[in-house]
Design a protein. Structure first.
Length: 72
């Protein structure tokens, strides 16, 4: 009978385990979400900045299509 009870494992609490403390787990998940959202937003803005529209240098514009057209 004593042989059955001697097979128990001795578990030591790990201080780095976030499952042990609910406030620690929620803080970790909040910071993970916040920084993930921040990096995702920053990367999107950077990508839009890199692929922005640049005005090409246009030559030979017809005089009739200017803001103040000139007619003959």
């Amino acid at each position: 009978m004593d042989m059955q009870h001697n097979n128990q494992e001795n578990l030591v609490d790990n201080q780095a385990d976030i499952e042990l403390s609910k406030p620690s787990k929620s803080r970790f998940l909040f910071l993970l979400f916040f920084f993930g959202l921040f990096i995702f937003s920053w990367a999107g803005c950077y990508s839009l900045w890199e692929h922005r529209y640049s005005n090409p240098e246009v030559e030979n514009i017809p005089k009739s299509s200017l803001y103040q057209p000139e007619y003959k």
